[in-house]
Design a protein around this ligand. Sequence first.
Ligand code: RIB
Length: 309
Amino acid sequence: MSRRIAVVGSNMVDLISYVTRMPDRGETVEAPDFRMGCGGKGANQAVAAAKLGADVMMVTKVGDDVFADNTIANFRRFGVDTTWVEKVPGTSSGVAPIFVEPSGENSILIIKGANAHLLPADIDRAAADLKRCDLILMQLEVPIETVYHTIDFAKANGIETILNPAPAAPLDPEKVSKVTFFTPNQTELALITGLPVGDEAEAVTAAKSLVARGLRTVVVTLGARGALVVTAESVTRVPPVAVTPKDTTGAGDAFIGSFARFYVESRDVLGSLGKAALYAADSITKPGTQTSYATAEEFAALMAANSPA
Ligand code: RIB
C-alpha cells in the first residue's frame, strides 16, 4: 500500500511575468510573456509528490474569491485529498507575483491572504486524518505557531517530518529540533543560524551548529551545486544534475516534494535525494511551477535516460 504524505502549508496563485529585465523604481518596462498558474510552496510540494504517484493530503486555506475553486479543483486533478482545504470568508487567496529573467532566475513576492489563517486549531481538527500519515511536510508560508504545533503533534504521534524553512524567516532552533529533516537553502541557513554561509565549508559549519542543537538531519540545498546532507556522523554531497535553466521557479519545491515521495517509500535518504536532484533539475527546463513537474511515467523515462548504460 502506498505511504501517505500530508502537507501542512500554503497555496498561492502564481502570476508569472517573463521579463527581459527588472524595471528600475518609477520605470515601466514591457515584458514579453505572462502565465498564471497554481503555486505556493506547500501546494507545489504536494503536487510534485502526487504527480509521482504518492497518496497526498493537503491542509491549507483558500480565500472566498475567484481563485479558490480553481485551486481546489487543481489539487483534485492530481488526486490530492482536499478534505482539509477550507475557504476563509472575506479573505483573498494567497497570490504570488513572480518575475523570471532570461537567465531563468526568479524574484517572488507573496501575499499570504487566506494562508495566514491556517492556525494550530486547524491541525487539531485534522488530527485523526493526520495520524494516518507516514510523513508530514511543512514550509514557512503559514503562521509559525502552526508550524511549531504541527511539529509537536507529529513528534507526539511518531510521524516523521520535513521542514523546508522557506521563505527565509527567523526560527527557534529548539522548537524545530524535533523534525526528521530540515532543508534550508544557503540564505535560509544563514538567517536561522546567524552564521555566514558564503561557501560550502561555511554551510557545513552552520548546518553542524544546528545538529549540535538537536537537529537530526540537515539537508542544505545549494541550487545548481547540488546539496549537502549533514548529520552528527557525516557530511555527504548530493551531486547536481547539469541542465540549461529556463525557469527556476518552484525547483526547490520539486526537490522537497519528490524527496518526500521517494523517501517515504524507500527510507533511503541518499538514494531519494539523488533522485530528487534529477527531478528538480528537470523542472527548471520547463516554464511554470507545478506545470514543470514530471509525472511518475515521465520521471521513469528520465531515470532510464540518465542511468549509466
Ligand atoms: O517556491 C516557489 C513558490 O513560491 C511559488 O509557486 C510561489 O507561489 C511562492 O510561494
